[in-house]
Design a protein around this ligand. Structure first.
Ligand code: BGC
Length: 448
Protein backbone atom coordinates (compact mmCIF):
# COMPACT_ATOMS: atom_id res chain seq x y z
CA UNK A 1 0.00 0.00 0.00
CA UNK A 2 1.48 3.29 -1.03
CA UNK A 3 -0.15 5.58 1.51
CA UNK A 4 -0.40 5.89 5.27
CA UNK A 5 -2.52 7.67 7.84
CA UNK A 6 0.04 10.45 8.17
CA UNK A 7 -0.48 11.42 4.50
CA UNK A 8 -3.87 12.80 5.56
CA UNK A 9 -2.38 15.13 8.20
CA UNK A 10 -2.81 15.23 11.95
CA UNK A 11 -6.22 16.88 11.99
CA UNK A 12 -7.99 14.43 9.71
CA UNK A 13 -10.94 12.75 11.50
CA UNK A 14 -10.97 8.96 11.35
CA UNK A 15 -14.07 7.20 12.54
CA UNK A 16 -16.66 4.51 12.40
CA UNK A 17 -20.44 5.01 12.10
CA UNK A 18 -23.53 3.24 13.41
CA UNK A 19 -27.25 4.00 13.78
CA UNK A 20 -29.50 3.40 16.80
CA UNK A 21 -32.15 1.11 15.31
CA UNK A 22 -29.59 -1.01 13.50
CA UNK A 23 -27.65 -1.96 16.64
CA UNK A 24 -29.32 -1.06 19.94
CA UNK A 25 -32.02 -3.70 20.29
CA UNK A 26 -33.88 -3.27 23.63
CA UNK A 27 -36.77 -2.03 21.53
CA UNK A 28 -39.15 -1.69 24.47
CA UNK A 29 -36.75 -1.39 27.40
CA UNK A 30 -36.83 1.29 30.09
CA UNK A 31 -39.78 3.27 28.81
CA UNK A 32 -38.82 3.45 25.13
CA UNK A 33 -41.75 4.12 22.79
CA UNK A 34 -42.34 2.40 19.45
CA UNK A 35 -40.57 3.78 16.42
CA UNK A 36 -41.75 3.42 12.83
CA UNK A 37 -39.08 0.73 12.33
CA UNK A 38 -40.45 -1.23 15.28
CA UNK A 39 -43.91 -1.26 13.78
CA UNK A 40 -42.82 -1.60 10.13
CA UNK A 41 -40.67 -4.63 10.89
CA UNK A 42 -43.49 -6.37 12.77
CA UNK A 43 -45.56 -6.52 9.60
CA UNK A 44 -45.12 -9.61 7.48
CA UNK A 45 -43.09 -9.31 4.31
CA UNK A 46 -41.71 -5.82 4.97
CA UNK A 47 -38.31 -7.22 5.89
CA UNK A 48 -36.51 -10.03 4.13
CA UNK A 49 -37.01 -13.23 6.16
CA UNK A 50 -39.38 -11.38 8.51
CA UNK A 51 -36.54 -10.18 10.74
CA UNK A 52 -36.58 -7.14 13.03
CA UNK A 53 -34.29 -5.04 15.20
CA UNK A 54 -35.86 -5.99 18.54
CA UNK A 55 -32.51 -7.33 19.73
CA UNK A 56 -30.08 -6.54 16.93
CA UNK A 57 -26.56 -6.27 18.44
CA UNK A 58 -27.93 -5.55 21.90
CA UNK A 59 -25.71 -2.48 21.97
CA UNK A 60 -28.07 -1.02 24.60
CA UNK A 61 -26.62 -3.49 27.10
CA UNK A 62 -23.23 -4.11 25.54
CA UNK A 63 -22.19 -0.56 24.73
CA UNK A 64 -19.24 -0.60 27.13
CA UNK A 65 -17.77 -3.65 25.47
CA UNK A 66 -18.35 -2.12 22.02
CA UNK A 67 -16.79 1.21 22.94
CA UNK A 68 -13.77 -0.67 24.29
CA UNK A 69 -13.62 -2.48 20.95
CA UNK A 70 -13.61 0.79 19.01
CA UNK A 71 -10.80 2.00 21.24
CA UNK A 72 -8.93 -1.24 20.67
CA UNK A 73 -9.24 -0.67 16.91
CA UNK A 74 -7.49 2.74 17.35
CA UNK A 75 -10.55 4.56 15.95
CA UNK A 76 -10.69 8.09 17.41
CA UNK A 77 -14.23 9.13 16.36
CA UNK A 78 -17.45 7.27 17.02
CA UNK A 79 -20.53 8.42 15.10
CA UNK A 80 -23.83 7.11 16.45
CA UNK A 81 -27.45 8.24 16.41
CA UNK A 82 -30.00 8.95 19.13
CA UNK A 83 -33.26 7.05 19.12
CA UNK A 84 -35.97 9.74 19.27
CA UNK A 85 -38.51 7.35 20.82
CA UNK A 86 -36.14 6.48 23.68
CA UNK A 87 -36.12 10.17 24.61
CA UNK A 88 -39.74 10.98 23.78
CA UNK A 89 -41.79 7.74 23.81
CA UNK A 90 -44.72 9.66 22.31
CA UNK A 91 -42.53 11.74 20.01
CA UNK A 92 -43.18 14.98 21.92
CA UNK A 93 -44.24 15.98 25.42
CA UNK A 94 -43.07 13.81 28.28
CA UNK A 95 -39.34 13.06 28.34
CA UNK A 96 -38.23 9.54 29.31
CA UNK A 97 -35.41 10.10 31.79
CA UNK A 98 -34.13 6.56 31.32
CA UNK A 99 -33.54 7.30 27.65
CA UNK A 100 -31.57 10.41 28.59
CA UNK A 101 -29.61 8.33 31.12
CA UNK A 102 -28.64 5.79 28.48
CA UNK A 103 -27.15 8.38 26.13
CA UNK A 104 -25.44 10.10 29.06
CA UNK A 105 -23.78 6.82 29.97
CA UNK A 106 -22.83 6.17 26.36
CA UNK A 107 -21.36 9.64 25.83
CA UNK A 108 -19.47 9.50 29.14
CA UNK A 109 -18.14 6.08 28.26
CA UNK A 110 -16.84 7.37 24.89
CA UNK A 111 -15.14 10.30 26.56
CA UNK A 112 -13.65 8.14 29.30
CA UNK A 113 -12.18 5.88 26.60
CA UNK A 114 -10.82 8.86 24.72
CA UNK A 115 -13.29 8.58 21.83
CA UNK A 116 -14.85 11.66 20.29
CA UNK A 117 -18.63 11.22 19.99
CA UNK A 118 -20.21 12.58 16.79
CA UNK A 119 -23.96 12.37 17.06
CA UNK A 120 -26.65 12.08 14.38
CA UNK A 121 -29.98 13.41 15.58
CA UNK A 122 -32.16 11.50 13.14
CA UNK A 123 -31.22 8.21 11.54
CA UNK A 124 -34.68 7.15 10.32
CA UNK A 125 -36.42 5.90 13.50
CA UNK A 126 -39.32 8.33 13.87
CA UNK A 127 -41.55 7.76 16.91
CA UNK A 128 -44.56 5.79 15.75
CA UNK A 129 -46.92 8.12 17.64
CA UNK A 130 -45.83 10.92 15.29
CA UNK A 131 -46.37 8.72 12.25
CA UNK A 132 -49.96 8.29 13.46
CA UNK A 133 -50.25 12.03 12.86
CA UNK A 134 -48.73 11.78 9.38
CA UNK A 135 -45.03 11.73 10.27
CA UNK A 136 -42.82 13.60 7.82
CA UNK A 137 -45.84 14.42 5.65
CA UNK A 138 -47.27 16.63 8.40
CA UNK A 139 -45.67 20.07 8.51
CA UNK A 140 -45.92 20.05 12.31
CA UNK A 141 -42.85 17.80 12.18
CA UNK A 142 -40.81 21.00 12.11
CA UNK A 143 -42.04 21.81 15.65
CA UNK A 144 -41.82 18.18 16.84
CA UNK A 145 -38.29 17.82 15.55
CA UNK A 146 -37.27 21.16 17.04
CA UNK A 147 -38.44 19.99 20.46
CA UNK A 148 -36.39 16.81 20.12
CA UNK A 149 -33.28 18.67 18.95
CA UNK A 150 -33.53 21.17 21.80
CA UNK A 151 -33.86 18.40 24.34
CA UNK A 152 -30.79 16.58 22.96
CA UNK A 153 -28.64 19.70 22.90
CA UNK A 154 -29.74 20.75 26.39
CA UNK A 155 -28.89 17.34 27.78
CA UNK A 156 -25.81 16.34 25.79
CA UNK A 157 -24.46 19.54 24.22
CA UNK A 158 -22.06 20.15 27.10
CA UNK A 159 -20.03 17.09 26.03
CA UNK A 160 -20.94 16.42 22.39
CA UNK A 161 -19.39 19.00 20.08
CA UNK A 162 -20.14 17.43 16.68
CA UNK A 163 -23.74 17.14 15.58
CA UNK A 164 -25.32 15.86 12.38
CA UNK A 165 -28.95 16.84 11.91
CA UNK A 166 -30.32 14.22 9.49
CA UNK A 167 -29.01 11.03 7.96
CA UNK A 168 -29.65 10.82 4.21
CA UNK A 169 -33.01 12.58 3.81
CA UNK A 170 -33.27 11.34 0.22
CA UNK A 171 -33.23 7.74 1.35
CA UNK A 172 -35.68 7.98 4.21
CA UNK A 173 -38.19 10.09 2.25
CA UNK A 174 -37.70 8.24 -1.06
CA UNK A 175 -37.74 4.70 0.33
CA UNK A 176 -40.16 5.45 3.19
CA UNK A 177 -42.70 7.81 1.58
CA UNK A 178 -42.45 7.21 -2.19
CA UNK A 179 -41.49 3.58 -2.78
CA UNK A 180 -42.87 2.24 0.50
CA UNK A 181 -39.98 -0.19 0.96
CA UNK A 182 -38.72 1.39 4.19
CA UNK A 183 -40.69 2.51 7.25
CA UNK A 184 -43.33 3.80 7.39
CA UNK A 185 -44.15 2.10 4.06
CA UNK A 186 -45.99 5.02 2.44
CA UNK A 187 -46.14 5.53 -1.31
CA UNK A 188 -46.78 8.17 -3.93
CA UNK A 189 -45.58 11.52 -5.15
CA UNK A 190 -47.74 13.58 -2.80
CA UNK A 191 -46.41 11.83 0.30
CA UNK A 192 -42.86 12.03 -0.99
CA UNK A 193 -42.81 15.71 -1.90
CA UNK A 194 -44.44 16.77 1.37
CA UNK A 195 -42.08 14.57 3.44
CA UNK A 196 -39.08 15.78 1.45
CA UNK A 197 -39.91 19.45 1.88
CA UNK A 198 -40.45 19.07 5.62
CA UNK A 199 -37.20 17.12 5.97
CA UNK A 200 -35.39 19.87 4.08
CA UNK A 201 -36.88 22.46 6.42
CA UNK A 202 -35.89 20.38 9.46
CA UNK A 203 -32.29 19.94 8.35
CA UNK A 204 -31.84 23.72 8.28
CA UNK A 205 -33.97 24.45 11.36
CA UNK A 206 -32.13 21.77 13.33
CA UNK A 207 -28.86 23.47 12.41
CA UNK A 208 -30.15 26.83 13.64
CA UNK A 209 -31.26 25.33 16.95
CA UNK A 210 -27.94 23.60 17.61
CA UNK A 211 -26.05 26.80 16.81
CA UNK A 212 -28.22 28.89 19.10
CA UNK A 213 -27.91 26.48 22.05
CA UNK A 214 -24.34 25.29 21.64
CA UNK A 215 -22.15 28.03 20.24
CA UNK A 216 -18.98 25.93 20.11
CA UNK A 217 -20.58 22.95 18.31
CA UNK A 218 -19.56 21.89 14.81
CA UNK A 219 -22.76 21.31 12.88
CA UNK A 220 -23.32 19.19 9.82
CA UNK A 221 -25.85 16.96 8.14
CA UNK A 222 -25.34 13.95 5.89
CA UNK A 223 -26.24 13.11 2.29
CA UNK A 224 -26.17 9.98 0.21
CA UNK A 225 -24.37 10.44 -3.11
CA UNK A 226 -23.95 7.92 -5.89
CA UNK A 227 -21.74 8.81 -8.82
CA UNK A 228 -23.90 8.46 -11.95
CA UNK A 229 -23.01 7.77 -15.54
CA UNK A 230 -25.19 7.16 -18.58
CA UNK A 231 -25.42 3.48 -19.52
CA UNK A 232 -24.83 4.39 -23.17
CA UNK A 233 -22.75 7.58 -23.00
CA UNK A 234 -23.31 8.50 -26.64
CA UNK A 235 -27.10 8.33 -26.42
CA UNK A 236 -28.63 11.70 -25.62
CA UNK A 237 -31.65 10.12 -23.95
CA UNK A 238 -29.47 8.21 -21.49
CA UNK A 239 -27.55 11.41 -20.70
CA UNK A 240 -30.80 13.29 -20.09
CA UNK A 241 -32.11 10.49 -17.91
CA UNK A 242 -28.88 10.58 -15.90
CA UNK A 243 -29.24 14.31 -15.30
CA UNK A 244 -32.78 13.82 -13.99
CA UNK A 245 -31.79 11.04 -11.62
CA UNK A 246 -28.86 13.15 -10.44
CA UNK A 247 -31.20 16.05 -9.62
CA UNK A 248 -33.43 13.69 -7.67
CA UNK A 249 -31.03 11.48 -5.74
CA UNK A 250 -27.93 13.65 -5.40
CA UNK A 251 -28.99 17.30 -5.50
CA UNK A 252 -32.50 17.58 -4.13
CA UNK A 253 -31.54 18.11 -0.48
CA UNK A 254 -28.11 19.67 -0.56
CA UNK A 255 -28.94 22.48 -2.97
CA UNK A 256 -31.79 24.07 -1.00
CA UNK A 257 -29.59 23.85 2.10
CA UNK A 258 -26.91 25.79 0.24
CA UNK A 259 -29.44 28.46 -0.71
CA UNK A 260 -29.79 27.29 -4.33
CA UNK A 261 -33.39 26.08 -4.11
CA UNK A 262 -34.64 22.72 -5.42
CA UNK A 263 -33.12 21.58 -8.74
CA UNK A 264 -36.41 22.14 -10.59
CA UNK A 265 -34.70 23.10 -13.85
CA UNK A 266 -33.33 19.59 -14.22
CA UNK A 267 -36.34 17.72 -12.90
CA UNK A 268 -39.61 19.43 -13.74
CA UNK A 269 -41.79 17.34 -11.41
CA UNK A 270 -40.07 18.97 -8.44
CA UNK A 271 -42.00 22.16 -9.15
CA UNK A 272 -44.95 20.41 -7.53
CA UNK A 273 -43.15 20.81 -4.22
CA UNK A 274 -44.23 24.45 -4.33
CA UNK A 275 -47.62 23.22 -3.19
CA UNK A 276 -46.11 22.56 0.23
CA UNK A 277 -44.13 25.77 0.46
CA UNK A 278 -45.12 28.69 2.64
CA UNK A 279 -43.89 32.22 2.80
CA UNK A 280 -40.19 32.46 3.69
CA UNK A 281 -39.60 28.74 3.19
CA UNK A 282 -37.08 29.37 0.43
CA UNK A 283 -34.98 31.34 2.90
CA UNK A 284 -35.60 28.95 5.79
CA UNK A 285 -34.38 25.99 3.76
CA UNK A 286 -30.87 27.41 3.82
CA UNK A 287 -28.38 27.06 6.64
CA UNK A 288 -24.68 27.57 6.78
CA UNK A 289 -23.37 24.19 8.00
CA UNK A 290 -19.85 23.85 9.39
CA UNK A 291 -19.41 20.60 7.49
CA UNK A 292 -21.27 18.35 5.10
CA UNK A 293 -21.37 14.59 5.59
CA UNK A 294 -20.94 12.69 2.34
CA UNK A 295 -22.00 9.04 2.18
CA UNK A 296 -20.92 7.10 -0.85
CA UNK A 297 -20.92 3.39 -1.61
CA UNK A 298 -21.07 2.94 -5.37
CA UNK A 299 -21.66 4.27 -8.86
CA UNK A 300 -24.87 3.69 -10.79
CA UNK A 301 -25.40 3.47 -14.55
CA UNK A 302 -28.60 5.05 -15.79
CA UNK A 303 -30.64 4.05 -18.83
CA UNK A 304 -33.55 5.87 -20.40
CA UNK A 305 -36.84 4.14 -19.70
CA UNK A 306 -40.17 5.57 -20.88
CA UNK A 307 -42.05 3.39 -18.38
CA UNK A 308 -40.70 4.93 -15.21
CA UNK A 309 -42.73 8.02 -14.27
CA UNK A 310 -41.16 11.45 -13.66
CA UNK A 311 -37.52 10.53 -14.32
CA UNK A 312 -37.92 8.25 -17.36
CA UNK A 313 -34.90 6.39 -16.18
CA UNK A 314 -33.84 3.17 -14.59
CA UNK A 315 -30.73 1.89 -12.88
CA UNK A 316 -28.93 -0.99 -14.55
CA UNK A 317 -27.96 -3.27 -11.69
CA UNK A 318 -24.29 -4.11 -11.24
CA UNK A 319 -24.98 -7.86 -11.42
CA UNK A 320 -26.18 -7.35 -15.02
CA UNK A 321 -23.05 -5.50 -16.08
CA UNK A 322 -20.18 -7.92 -15.61
CA UNK A 323 -18.49 -5.84 -12.94
CA UNK A 324 -17.55 -6.72 -9.33
CA UNK A 325 -20.48 -6.20 -6.98
CA UNK A 326 -21.47 -6.54 -3.33
CA UNK A 327 -24.19 -8.31 -1.35
CA UNK A 328 -26.37 -5.24 -1.97
CA UNK A 329 -25.85 -5.61 -5.73
CA UNK A 330 -23.82 -2.39 -5.71
CA UNK A 331 -20.84 -2.08 -8.02
CA UNK A 332 -17.39 -1.91 -6.44
CA UNK A 333 -16.04 1.21 -8.13
CA UNK A 334 -13.57 3.14 -5.94
CA UNK A 335 -13.35 6.27 -8.16
CA UNK A 336 -17.01 6.94 -7.30
CA UNK A 337 -15.98 8.39 -3.94
CA UNK A 338 -13.41 10.62 -5.63
CA UNK A 339 -16.04 11.88 -8.08
CA UNK A 340 -18.49 12.45 -5.22
CA UNK A 341 -15.92 14.48 -3.30
CA UNK A 342 -15.05 16.55 -6.38
CA UNK A 343 -18.72 17.30 -6.96
CA UNK A 344 -19.40 18.40 -3.38
CA UNK A 345 -16.21 20.45 -3.41
CA UNK A 346 -17.46 22.33 -6.44
CA UNK A 347 -20.24 23.91 -4.34
CA UNK A 348 -18.56 27.10 -3.11
CA UNK A 349 -20.74 27.27 0.03
CA UNK A 350 -19.44 23.97 1.43
CA UNK A 351 -16.74 24.66 3.99
CA UNK A 352 -15.64 21.15 4.87
CA UNK A 353 -16.58 17.62 3.82
CA UNK A 354 -16.48 14.59 6.05
CA UNK A 355 -17.05 11.15 4.52
CA UNK A 356 -19.49 10.08 7.22
CA UNK A 357 -20.12 6.66 5.63
CA UNK A 358 -18.32 4.34 3.24
CA UNK A 359 -18.12 0.59 3.48
CA UNK A 360 -19.21 -2.67 1.96
CA UNK A 361 -21.37 -5.76 2.46
CA UNK A 362 -19.74 -9.03 1.46
CA UNK A 363 -20.60 -12.53 2.57
CA UNK A 364 -18.19 -13.58 5.32
CA UNK A 365 -16.94 -17.01 6.27
CA UNK A 366 -16.05 -17.77 9.83
CA UNK A 367 -13.28 -20.34 9.93
CA UNK A 368 -11.35 -21.37 13.01
CA UNK A 369 -12.56 -18.28 14.83
CA UNK A 370 -11.35 -15.93 12.10
CA UNK A 371 -12.91 -13.95 9.25
CA UNK A 372 -10.50 -13.38 6.42
CA UNK A 373 -12.42 -10.67 4.59
CA UNK A 374 -9.71 -9.69 2.14
CA UNK A 375 -12.30 -8.29 -0.27
CA UNK A 376 -13.52 -5.85 2.41
CA UNK A 377 -9.94 -4.85 3.28
CA UNK A 378 -9.30 -4.11 -0.40
CA UNK A 379 -12.52 -2.14 -0.72
CA UNK A 380 -11.54 0.07 2.22
CA UNK A 381 -7.96 0.56 1.04
CA UNK A 382 -9.04 1.44 -2.48
CA UNK A 383 -11.67 3.91 -1.32
CA UNK A 384 -9.42 5.58 1.25
CA UNK A 385 -6.82 5.97 -1.47
CA UNK A 386 -9.37 7.77 -3.62
CA UNK A 387 -10.15 10.09 -0.71
CA UNK A 388 -6.45 10.89 -0.50
CA UNK A 389 -6.35 11.51 -4.26
CA UNK A 390 -9.14 14.08 -3.87
CA UNK A 391 -7.49 15.65 -0.83
CA UNK A 392 -4.20 16.04 -2.68
CA UNK A 393 -6.08 17.87 -5.43
CA UNK A 394 -7.31 20.39 -2.89
CA UNK A 395 -10.72 18.96 -2.02
CA UNK A 396 -11.74 20.15 1.45
CA UNK A 397 -12.24 16.66 2.83
CA UNK A 398 -11.33 16.31 6.46
CA UNK A 399 -12.63 12.97 7.67
CA UNK A 400 -13.48 9.40 6.77
CA UNK A 401 -15.78 7.08 8.76
CA UNK A 402 -16.28 3.41 7.92
CA UNK A 403 -19.79 2.05 7.70
CA UNK A 404 -19.94 0.18 10.00
CA UNK A 405 -18.58 -1.07 13.31
CA UNK A 406 -20.37 -4.42 13.40
CA UNK A 407 -22.74 -6.55 11.39
CA UNK A 408 -26.24 -5.30 12.09
CA UNK A 409 -29.85 -4.90 10.99
CA UNK A 410 -29.61 -3.66 7.41
CA UNK A 411 -33.15 -2.20 7.18
CA UNK A 412 -35.39 -4.01 4.66
CA UNK A 413 -32.61 -6.54 3.98
CA UNK A 414 -32.56 -7.72 7.61
CA UNK A 415 -29.37 -9.31 8.93
CA UNK A 416 -28.20 -10.79 5.65
CA UNK A 417 -25.82 -8.09 4.35
CA UNK A 418 -22.63 -7.97 6.42
CA UNK A 419 -21.14 -4.49 6.55
CA UNK A 420 -19.21 -4.76 9.85
CA UNK A 421 -15.54 -4.53 10.75
CA UNK A 422 -16.66 -6.84 13.54
CA UNK A 423 -18.63 -10.05 13.10
CA UNK A 424 -21.49 -10.84 15.45
CA UNK A 425 -22.90 -14.20 16.31
CA UNK A 426 -26.51 -13.09 16.77
CA UNK A 427 -27.34 -16.15 18.90
CA UNK A 428 -24.62 -15.60 21.49
CA UNK A 429 -23.91 -11.89 20.83
CA UNK A 430 -20.23 -12.78 20.66
CA UNK A 431 -18.09 -10.25 18.78
CA UNK A 432 -15.14 -11.26 16.57
CA UNK A 433 -12.96 -8.62 14.93
CA UNK A 434 -12.66 -9.40 11.21
CA UNK A 435 -9.40 -9.01 9.29
CA UNK A 436 -10.83 -5.71 7.97
CA UNK A 437 -11.15 -4.46 11.56
CA UNK A 438 -7.57 -5.51 12.25
CA UNK A 439 -6.42 -3.82 9.07
CA UNK A 440 -8.17 -0.54 9.97
CA UNK A 441 -6.65 -0.72 13.47
CA UNK A 442 -3.20 -1.13 12.03
CA UNK A 443 -3.71 1.63 9.48
CA UNK A 444 -4.83 3.97 12.27
CA UNK A 445 -2.14 2.94 14.74
CA UNK A 446 -0.70 6.27 15.85
CA UNK A 447 2.73 4.76 16.51
CA UNK A 448 3.25 3.65 12.88
C1 BGC B 1 -27.40 4.29 5.73
C2 BGC B 1 -27.10 3.13 6.66
C3 BGC B 1 -27.12 1.84 5.87
C4 BGC B 1 -26.03 1.91 4.82
C5 BGC B 1 -25.89 0.66 3.97
C6 BGC B 1 -26.75 4.20 4.39
O1 BGC B 1 -27.68 4.51 3.43
O2 BGC B 1 -27.14 5.51 6.35
O3 BGC B 1 -28.02 3.14 7.71
O4 BGC B 1 -26.98 0.72 6.66
O5 BGC B 1 -26.27 2.99 3.96
O6 BGC B 1 -27.05 0.42 3.24
Amino acid sequence: MSFARKDFGDNFNWGVSTAAYQIEGAHDADGKGLSIWDSFSQKKRNILLGENGNEACNFYQKYEEDIALIRQLNIPVYRFSISWSRIFPEGIGKVNSEGIDFYNRLIDCCLAQGLMPWVTLYHWDLPDALQQKGGWVNRSIVQWFSEFVECCINNFGDRVKHWMILNEPMVFTGAGYFLGVHAPGKKGLGNFLAAAHHAALCQAEGGRIVRSLCADAKIGTTFSYSYLEPYRPNLVRDCKATAKVDALINRMFIEPLLGMGYPIKDLAVLNRIERYMKQDDEVNLAFDMDFIGLQNYTRELIKYSPFVPFVNAKIIKASKRNVPYTQMDWEVYPPSIYEALKKFNSYPAIKEIIVTENGVAFKDTLQDGRIEDTDRVNYLKDHIEQVLRAKKEGVKVNGYFVWTLMDNFEWAEGFNPKFGLVHIDFKTQQRIVKDSGKWYAQFLNPSI
